[in-house]
Design a protein around this ligand. Structure first.
Ligand SMILES: NC(=O)c1ccc[n+]([C@@H]2O[C@H](COP(=O)([O-])OP(=O)(O)OC[C@H]3O[C@@H](n4cnc5c(N)ncnc54)[C@H](OP(=O)(O)O)[C@@H]3O)[C@@H](O)[C@H]2O)c1
Length: 325
């Protein structure tokens, strides 16, 4: 099968499309014929070993897993003997390491679910990463119902997920900050008001919020502090300059009424099922910026690394759905 592989850490150019062995599903696994995958910031961070400590998990000298990618949408091609929840021909989506390939084997109990019926494979592939990371990071400020929440970096993958989840799942009052080109799109996701970060600095408007969610890790707690209400919570998705966010989080546990927290995203099956339900009921929709062919992996990755994408970047893995009898 064709897959995007990288044998070493480095720039986008270490990625290439190669022929590799097709996985065989084990007892409790399903084999998914992948139609669409994505390039995420997690992919780029792990490939470049942006944070050197991630090598403790991914491989010290070279990557242990050579096939790239996490998000997938496709069709179940084969199932292991112990699989009960999926059948050959099911349309599925989810998260699994090594997903940017024509086939990926996924544990039935893993982060995989039936694809929302109203979405194409390309649209479905763009859902799990941003939505699940936003959901798990935002839970750190629960309960959120009726709270005023500002999302900074609202046009990114996590940001567009956060705005929709806050407005339509958590029932919070969302203010969003993004760049001029994304104001209209972000407004359509349920934000009560959208600030153009190139024209206005939200820390200087005098408005205060119960929660500030920095969905791109570009605004420090120190700069956001005055924009937080008493007992307000700041959450960042990033460790920050010199990894200071965990330290500030620890300090604010004991000093002052305003808290800083590090949002650590997690991928969980139960949450994917929740997101599927939100998509099926019209409360969540994928935001796609560009779609690339598998062979354009280097170009797609360079674009994602520019930090300028709106929502998600999709990879077209298989030309058209194969008929299943
Ligand atoms: N905590 C976790 O568990 C976890 C997991 C995965 C990833 N992450 C991190 O989460 C971050 C966001 O991921 P993502 O996939 O959502 O990113 P993304 O989609 O690449 O974010 C792109 C958006 O960021 C905005 N942006 C870029 N520079 C900005 C700046 N200086 N100020 C404000 N906005 C800026 C851009 O908006 P404009 O058009 O406004 O420039 C663009 O729309 C990444 O840093 C990633 O490493 C965290």
């Amino acid at each position: 099968m064709r897959a995007v592989v990288h044998d070493r850490y480095g720039p986008p150019e270490v990625l290439r499309v190669a022929e590799v062995e097709r996985p065989v599903p084990k007892e409790g696994e399903v084999l998914v014929s992948v139609h669409a995958s994505t390039v995420t910031r997690s992919d780029t961070g792990l490939r470049s070993a942006e944070y050197p400590f991630t090598r403790l998990i991914t491989g010290i000298r070279r990557p242990k897993r050579t096939i790239a990618g996490w998000e997938f949408a496709g069709c179940v091609e084969d199932i292991g003997a112990a699989v009960t929840d999926f059948r050959v021909g099911d349309e599925v989506f989810g998260i699994e390491g090594g997903a940017t390939a024509e086939y990926v084997a996924v544990r039935e109990s893993g982060v995989i679910a039936q694809k929302p019926t109203g979405l194409t494979y390309e649209e479905a592939a763009a859902v799990p990463d941003g939505s699940l990371l936003a959901l798990t990071c935002l839970r750190r400020a629960s309960p959120l119902r009726g709270k005023s929440v500002l999302v900074y970096g609202a046009a990114g993958s996590i940001g567009t997920g956060a705005v929709q989840l806050l407005a339509r799942h958590f029932e919070a009052e969302v203010s969003a900050v993004c760049d001029t080109k994304d104001v209209e799109r972000v407004g359509s996701l349920g934000a009560r008001d959208v600030l153009d970060r190139l024209r206005e600095d939200f820390t200087k408007t005098g408005a205060t919020y119960d929660v500030i969610f920095d969905a791109v890790g570009k605004h420090s707690f120190r700069r956001c502090r005055r924009s937080l209400k008493p007992r307000g919570i700041y959450i960042s998705v990033d460790l920050g300059f010199m990894y200071h966010v965990p330290l500030v989080a620890l300090t604010t546990r004991f000093l002052g009424s305003k808290r800083a927290k590090l949002g650590i995203g997690r991928y969980r099956k139960d949450d994917l099922l929740l997101i599927k339900e939100l998509v099926d009921t019209g409360k969540y929709r994928p935001v796609i910026d560009r779609t690339y062919a598998l062979d354009e992996i280097v170009e797609a990755t360079r674009y994602v690394e520019s930090g300028q994408k709106t929502g998600n970047v999709v990879l077209h893995v298989r030309a058209s759905p194969e008929p299943y009898i």
